[in-house]
Design a protein around this ligand. Structure first.
Ligand code: COA
Length: 413
């Protein structure tokens, strides 16, 4: 990449920008591994519907959710991220990671980044950068794009991108059936096993109050119907802009993935993309969408991790997905910001899931009653509080033990 130049008789080296860019374009950069973690507890949406005097089909069909993860007080975004990352990281990966980018909208401190706690818990080396990113449910996509640029300039490095959230709207609030929580860990590097990212993504940002959480509030404020409209408008915008920019058509994609705050939301966006599709083409996209929402249906909202849980769900459950096929990803974060981008499925994509049987993981969770969920919901300790948290029944490797002297206590079993 460096070329020899001469100035005033002295020879020196400069970077040839065209060669650097050509090198970057030829290099495959993308998602090498994906790990996912959610709590061992869930509430059945039928039971929640009965408790709220709603028709269960409103939740099961109208909103598209079957179960909702219940996050116990012994888990927060840091521990969930550590539990997700521990599922994928080898000793060699830990040596190569030189950047941790932690995307969350359930932050635990106004100053210190969650990524710093995480790096220590995972035993990463100290010669790294560790930061936190925020833009509602869009944060992880921003993290992936930043990681891509960093890896292009540092091809021997890997970046750990985390998407972790505890989605809290409030007991008996309209947003309650769209709660959930968990973490997705994405390892970004060259020659990725899962998905090679393509150029040409399209983004859109507008200052909109559809969902926000003022400092000091532990639950989000949301204008649900308005948020749906903004989501769909932003999707139409970045999708069309992406097609115009790249020249691709619907038929150039094997599947379209969406941010899924609840799975019906993605279905509504898919219908926009399929409005001119041939019937056989539409059937194929709907089938892949069903595979892509299988896990989200079982877990609920992950906020910024929802799109990436959907990617994992597709990779795990699809029977048709093949190497060389293109996947489109729509990322949306209220407030509001959206991006559409694409990636090419790589030959070893199943290996990038590290042999974790997520179907079994989800099936082995314990059901809690609605009143147990309400109790656990209220027991969470937030930043300016002090106290211990009961963690004995939490089977997760990393857990949160409480707050002492305003310092959060994280432990490993
Ligand atoms: N059988 C089948 N479907 C039913 C039903 C039944 N018995 N009863 C209702 N439904 C459908 C409704 O027709 C509606 O479908 P539609 O969206 O296709 O029109 C859906 O279920 C929801 O019903 P609705 O009455 O609109 O529910 P709600 O007023 O309780 O609000 C949300 C639902 C999703 C708007 C609300 O839960 C919310 O605000 N969630 C948070 C949204 C969010 O997080 N936004 C930001 C991130 S993008």
């Amino acid at each position: 990449m460096k070329v020899r130049a001469k100035l005033g008789g002295r020879a020196f080296f400069v970077y040839d920008k065209t060669k650097v860019l050509k090198g970057v374009k030829e290099m495959k950069i993308g998602i090498d591994k994906i790990g996912f973690f959610t709590s061992h507890l869930f509430v059945d949406m039928k039971e929640l519907a009965f408790a709220r005097a709603e028709d269960p089909n409103k939740y099961l069909i109208g909103i598209g959710q079957s179960k909702m993860a219940v996050i116990p007080p012994s888990q927060d975004v840091v521990t969930m991220a550590a539990n997700a990352a521990a599922r994928i990281l080898t000793t060699a990966d830990k040596e190569q990671i030189s950047y941790v980018i932690f995307a969350t909208e359930s932050g635990i401190d106004n100053s210190k980044a969650t990524a710093v706690y995480l790096a220590r818990l995972l035993g990463l080396k100290k010669e790294i950068r560790a930061i936190e990113l925020k833009q509602a449910c869009y944060g992880a996509t921003a993290g992936i794009q930043l990681a891509r640029g960093f890896v292009a300039l540092n091809p021997d490095s890997k970046v750990l991108v985390i998407a972790a959230d505890n989605a809290r709207y409030g007991i008996k609030s309209p947003g309650e059936p769209t709660q959930g929580g968990g973490a997705v860990a994405l390892l970004i590097g060259t020659n990725p096993q899962i998905l090679a990212l393509e150029d040409g993504s399209t983004a859109y940002t507008q200052d909109i109050m559809d969902f926000w959480r003022p400092l000091g509030k532990n639950e989000a404020l949301v204008d649900g119907r308005y948020s749906e409209d903004v989501y769909l408008n932003f999707f139409s915008h970045v999708w069309q802009a992406y097609l115009d920019k790249t020249g691709y058509q619907l038929g150039d994609f094997a599947a379209l993935l969406f941010h899924l705050p609840y799975t019906k939301m993605g279905l509504k966006a898919l219908r926009i993309a399929l409005k001119d599709a041939r019937p056989d083409e539409a059937v194929n996209f709907v089938q892949e969408f069903e595979h892509a929402r299988t896990f989200n249906r079982e877990v609920g909202n992950l906020y910024t991790g929802s799109l990436y849980l959907s990617l994992l769900s597709l990779l795990f459950n699809s029977e048709k997905l093949r190497a060389g096929q293109r996947i489109g990803l729509f990322s949306y974060g209220s407030g509001a910001e959206a991006e559409f981008y694409s990636g090419i499925v790589q030959p070893n994509f199943k290996q990038g899931l590290m042999n974790v049987n997520y179907l079994q993981v989800l099936n082995e969770r314990q059901e809690v009653s609605v009143s147990e969920y309400e109790k656990l919901y209220q027991q969470h300790l937030f930043s300016a509080q002090e106290g211990r948290v009961a963690y004995d029944t939490d089977p997760a490797r990393y857990f949160f033990a409480g707050i002492s002297d305003f310092k959060r206590q994280y432990q490993e079993k």
